[in-house]
Design a protein around this ligand. Structure first.
Ligand SMILES: [Ca+2]
Ligand SMILES: [Ca+2]
Length: 284
């Protein structure tokens, strides 16, 4: 009898506990959707963003540009302003984010936030100085992307601005070209001949766009590229990025003998060119 009572009590206890869990479960389920339905917040809208300049020449501007590192890098200072709107009021807009993208890249080089400077009924204005570093070898159109974020973490539309960085260009220079003065055509099979050109540019070796040569003695001279990629077996280049451009040439019995003029060219990213001729006697 005593045991039966204990079992009975345990049964009631389990029933009550189950009912409690059941009620808690449904109460929890009801709360979540009503929470979402009650929240009528919308993402903020970014209507305006501006930089105080749309272009800068890093060699000619001393007000916004500070040269660093012997003029290979530059600190640029810009002033940005942006205005965002929100149906929950200007005070609900928490942050104004920016990202900077280098020319022709999709990876951001820098990001940050502007400071809130004023609030109206349904809008807020943010502004701040943006300081960033530009390399001499990376002129071009920088992209500035602005977005607003509200206190519910909604993110606004993105507002994009282009900013052009220019500079004076210095012409590249072919310092030396190393090839044999004469090449003997092999009687059978083929042999490889190494051509190298040492190239410089006071804007930085990264400003060199391409290095190539032409056989001007040929009836149809074509551009034959040299490489600074460190690919020893493919191009004979010992070290990537050292300004020494290399090329392995294939000589066999199909080559015609004679004194030939090979003209080497170095072209930078602004299309400035230097060239140098080398005469090679090809014989049996
Ligand atoms: Ca240059
Ligand atoms: Ca090299």
């Amino acid at each position: 009898m005593k045991n039966i009572l204990h079992v009975k009590h345990l049964f009631y206890f389990l029933n009550i506990a189950f009912l409690g869990i059941f009620l808690l479960f449904f109460a929890g389920c009801e709360k979540t959707p009503s929470g979402i339905i009650d929240d009528n917040s919308m993402p903020p809208f970014l209507s305006f963003a501006q930089l105080n300049r749309d272009s800068l020449n890093i060699d000619e501007d001393s007000l916004y540009v500070i040269p660093l590192d012997s003029g290979k890098k530059f600190f640029l200072t810009l002033f940005a302003t942006a205005t965002a709107h929100d149906t929950d009021g200007g005070n609900s807009i928490s942050f104004l984010h920016y990202k900077i993208f280098k020319p022709n890249t999709s990876a951001s080089m820098q990001s940050g936030k502007l400071k809130r400077t004023s609030v109206a009924n349904s809008s807020a204005t943010f502004s701040d100085s943006i300081v960033f570093v530009v390399q001499r070898t990376e002129p071009g159109f920088y992209q500035f992307q602005f977005t607003a974020e509200d206190n519910k973490h909604w993110i606004s539309n993105a507002f994009l601005l282009s900013f052009l960085v220019t500079r004076r260009n210095s012409t590249p220079n072919i310092d030396t070209v190393v090839t044999p003065d004469s090449i003997q055509i092999p009687s059978a099979g083929a042999k490889f001949i190494l051509f190298t050109a040492t190239v410089s540019d006071s804007d930085g070796i990264g400003d060199i766009a391409n290095v190539f040569f032409k056989n001007l003695t040929s009836s149809n001279p074509t551009n034959i590229p040299l490489f600074d990629d460190g690919l020893t077996s493919e191009h004979g280049d010992q070290l990537a990025g050292d300004g020494i451009f290399s090329r392995m040439l294939f000589i066999d019995s199909s080559n015609t003998p004679g004194d030939k003029e090979f003209r080497f060219y170095a072209k930078d990213k602004s299309n400035a060119i230097d060239s140098l001729s080398k005469f090679i006697s090809i014989h049996y």
